[in-house]
Design a protein around this ligand. Structure first.
Ligand code: 4AD
Length: 489
């Protein structure tokens, strides 16, 4: 009751404050500033002193409130995640103390903007050590405020920019293909279909076919667009909606394309490494324990623990390995097919687990190439027979000029190929896959009006991020992940 009577007033003799974001506060040493932010933590020292750590997305700031400033009703009832306006002078921290930016704000006046709930709805009560992934998912909008999630999202923002800067350095154009489409790219099983003014349409699985139509007008192109997959399986690395970074390049050979992929990964990780703040967050995230880790993933966790190790890994030449040799590797290491416990054979899809096991054992990025046609999409160019040993053995399901980039801890992060560019070969592929060539009339025209050898690839931004931030699942690097049965928030 007493506290309700205490009213704070600004001292009119003080200098007008400089309005600052928290990241800039250390540049105003000894000046009077005003900041507006969320209360991240609060520590009381006796009745006459209170330390607040504020957060505003740009940084953190420790504030010291003394005397009357911590006797008001608002001070006594101040909850975490409340918003406040705080006025004060920026002081260098005394020797031996640490706080963000090595400064603290000595407060002379403050007020509450919006008070957060207390009691059982208090922010700190929402998350306890037992919080299971489902609870965290449902409260994702509040989880975002935590240090880990906000670092991941900041790294994500820098990563999107790094990819764009990379392609920009090559002088490739960015294009924006549609997400509402009437053609499939990666097979009917994962199509989301919808009623489009009475016609059947889909959410795009990949922008690849549209990128191919840009080559004659823009040269090499790229896009970072959402792709959608109605994945039925609930895995660590499958989302229903993901950010797909795709590029397409005219007049190249398969080997040139492999170089382009390898150089892109090296350059993008290098760009992130070269930004001190991004590197600091990546180092911290790699050290930080994974919330959803379990025994199955311990090996993967150790691999990615130190971001410097990832940097060292990608600075080495990537291993280039053919599909047939991966099958051999699995058989030599006693890895069996899950369905029948038998050895893997040519033509088998290599599932997520064995693929990750092999990549973790080899512990290097692997450009895995020459997958058989039967397990890949319709548009892939068959490999040159002279590039394959014992070609006769495989020609009924010919190896293609295809590639997956596998990285330790995650497995596949890139898929790409050289494209069929002969019209008859394309028509035959449509027939084989049971696709209606008429819907692809615009795609087929590329093989009529100035065809050329070309290729490209797609990288899942979330898989790339799960790898470099050492997160257990791709769901942890999304703002709001979309996966089986989860479309909220
Ligand atoms: O291997 P995918 O299916 O290849 C394509 O879509 C090609 N059309 C790309 C191209 O050549 N332009 O997918 C490419 C990448 C995968 O390597 C993976 O990183 C990511 O997209 N990806 C997914 N990421 C999250 N959730 C899913 N359900 C994903 N499906 C693919």
């Amino acid at each position: 009751e007493e506290s309700k009577k205490i009213k704070l007033e600004q001292d009119p003799s003080l200098l007008a404050p400089i309005k600052s974001k928290l990241r800039d506060v250390p540049t105003y040493l000894d000046k009077r500033v005003v900041v507006q932010a969320w209360v991240k933590s609060r520590r009381d020292q006796g009745k006459d002193m209170m330390f607040l750590v504020l957060r505003d997305g740009t940084g953190y700031l420790q504030c010291v409130l003394t005397g009357k400033l911590c006797h008001t009703y608002d001070a006594l009832t101040l909850t975490l995640e409340s918003t406040v306006t705080v006025y004060g002078t920026v002081n260098q921290l005394p020797e031996g103390k640490t706080a963000a930016g090595n400064v603290e704000l000595v407060v002379d006046y403050w007020e509450v903007i919006g008070k957060a709930p207390s009691g059982e709805d208090a922010y700190s009560s929402l998350f306890n050590t037992e919080s299971n992934p489902d609870v965290l998912r449902r409260l994702r909008h509040l989880v975002l405020r935590g240090d880990t999630a906000s670092s991941v999202l900041k790294v994500r923002s820098r990563t999107m920019k790094a990819f764009r800067d990379h392609f920009d350095s090559l002088q490739w154009y960015e294009v924006n293909p549609p997400c509402l489409v009437q053609t499939q790219v990666e097979g009917g099983a994962t199509l989301f279909s919808l009623n489009y003014y009475g016609q059947e349409a889909y959410l795009t699985q990949s922008s690849q076919l549209y990128l191919e139509t840009c080559l004659a007008s823009l040269g090499s192109v790229y896009t970072i667009t959402e792709s959608f997959r109605a994945e039925k399986s609930h895995t660590r690395r499958h989302l229903s909606e993901y950010s797909h970074c795709e590029a397409e390049i005219p007049f190249i050979t398969f080997n040139e394309m492999l170089d382009i992929i390898e150089n892109m990964i090296k350059d993008v990780v290098g760009r992130l490494w070269n930004e001190p703040e991004t590197r600091r967050m990546l180092i911290e995230l790699n050290l930080r324990k994974n919330d959803e880790a379990n025994d199955e993933t311990k090996a993967a966790q150790i691999v990615g623990r130190n971001f410097a190790d990832i940097k060292a890994l990608i600075d080495q030449p990537f291993l280039r390995m053919k599909y047939v040799d991966a099958i051999k590797w699995l058989n030599e290491h006693g890895v069996k097919r899950e369905e029948d416990g038998q050895d893997f054979e040519y033509g088998d899809d290599i599932p997520e687990k064995p693929e990750r096991y092999m990549t973790d054992c080899i512990n290097k990025p692997i450009l895995l190439t020459h997958f058989p046609r039967s397990i890949k999409a319709f548009y892939m160019q068959p490999a040159d027979p002279t590039s394959i040993e014992d070609y006769e053995k495989y020609k009924c399901d010919p190896p293609t000029e295809s590639v997956d980039l596998l990285v330790p801890g995650v497995g596949e992060i890139v898929g790409g190929s050289m494209r069929l560019w002969n019209k008859d070969a394309l028509l035959e592929a449509f027939k084989r896959e049971g696709l209606n060539a008429e819907a692809y009339y615009w795609y087929l025209d590329q093989s009529r009006y100035g065809a050329m050898p070309h290729g490209g690839f797609g990288l899942g931004i979330e898989r790339f991020l799960a790898w470099i931030t050492n997160r257990y699942t791709v769901r942890d690097v999304c703002l709001y992940p979309r996966f089986t049965e989860c479309c909220q928030p």
